[in-house]
Design a protein around this ligand. Structure first.
Ligand SMILES: *Cc1c(COP(=O)(O)O)cnc(C)c1O
Length: 351
């Protein structure tokens, strides 16, 4: 058992097979269709499919003109890709500590801006599928002209105020990942969405070697998504809302069973429920006992690579404390009632 996994139907298989037997395997009509589907779902003007969430973050940084000597800030409570994207551009990374929900804290951001020169861009992460307080964050960063990237790898299908995450109402670019553990999957894949036409066309060029109309105009990459992946994505999108509803139901059941014995997350019906993160001092014992459970996240700044860049223990105490107590227990659409009940029993036995 894993903490999350994909849900694949016969219809998904048929959609992929159809492409496999067609003329186009690489980037073709299915990619365009998938991009339109995601843009419409999120309420954003443009979407650009790429071959991973990491690639989407990298292109987002380039499109916001992140260059050597620039600074980019992000949350220490994330997958390393949220910070690596800035390093790929030669920029420096720094972090802003988190709040109770595990998201980047607007108060900590405001405080840090009093003592440090503002970064060129801020990468916020919707931890576990619950949106950051984007209104507060945007009102702070607007005073300094800081660009905002939403790393919404966890949050496809989530909402914030009246919009889907990805509407980019409070950001310049939002990125998604379609890795099998996320809301929907294309095996590997990602997308960036934006309301800025220039950013969209720059990203389209960058994913395809820097080409525009058959000529290379900038130093691009091969970050292309393909039609096989997109056919799977299109088919999965039909079930996105039901996947989220199933995850929400599992979260509600965990809340019922576990809220009196461990610290459970605040249940938010607008979340995409990507993770179900409980907190307890007996985390290590629980991790042993619950198959598939995992820590989200070991703080980025404490990875050996980041320590070599000069970061150290004690710099972001809330993220560090979170990392000692948090445990993600299995949540995904095909998790059965029986399996969930067994997980709860294991936890009850230990505590
Ligand atoms: C999954 C994930 C990514 C990267 O996605 P890939 O598609 O694996 O490159 C980035 N940020 C966060 C927070 C993620 O969970």
């Amino acid at each position: 058992m894993r903490y999350s996994q994909q849900t694949i139907s016969q219809e998904d298989c048929k959609a992929v097979e159809e492409v496999l037997l067609s003329e186009w395997l690489t980037q073709g009509p299915r990619v365009l269709e998938f991009e339109e589907l995601i843009a419409n779902y999120c309420g954003a003007s443009y979407a650009v499919g790429v071959n991973s969430g990491t690639a989407a973050l990298h292109l987002a940084c380039i499109c916001l003109d992140v260059k050597p000597e620039d600074k980019v800030w992000t949350s220490p409570n994330s997958f390393v890709a949220s910070a690596n994207c800035a390093l790929y551009c030669g920029a420096n990374v720094d972090f802003v500590d988190i709040d109770e929900s595990g998201n980047l804290s607007p108060e900590k951001l405001e405080e840090k801006l009093k003592h440090w020169p503002p970064p060129k861009a801020l990468v916020v992460v919707h931890f576990g599928g619950k949106s950051c307080d984007m209104e507060a964050i945007k009102s702070i960063t607007d005073n300094y002209g800081i660009k905002i990237i939403e790393d919404a790898s966890h949050a496809l299908g989530a909402s914030y105020i009246d919009n889907k995450v990805g509407s980019c109402r409070f950001s310049d670019i939002t990125t998604f990942s379609f890795h099998p553990i996320k809301s929907i999957t294309t095996a590997e894949g990602g997308m960036l969405v934006t309301n800025n036409k220039n950013i969209a066309s720059q990203a389209k060029s960058l994913r395809h070697a820097g080409f525009v109309n058959g000529r290379q105009h900038c130093l691009g990459f091969n970050y292309r998504l393909n039609d096989l992946q997109s056919a799977l994505g299109i088919s999965q999108m039909k079930r996105l809302d039901s996947f989220i509803a199933q995850r929400y139901q599992i979260a509600q059941e965990y809340e019922k069973r576990l809220s009196t014995i461990v610290e459970t997350p605040h249940l938010d019906h607008k979340s995409s429920h990507h993770l179900y993160v409980i907190k307890t001092n007996k985390r290590d014992q629980l991790k042993e006992a619950v198959s598939g459970s995992q820590v989200h996240y070991f703080p980025i700044h404490l990875h050996p690579y980041y320590k070599k860049l000069g970061f150290h223990q004690g710099q972001f105490p809330r993220a560090e404390e979170h990392a000692t107590k948090c445990l993600s227990i299995p949540i995904y659409p095909t998790l059965t009632e029986k399996e969930q009940s067994l997980i709860c029993k294991r936890i009850e036995q230990i505590l």
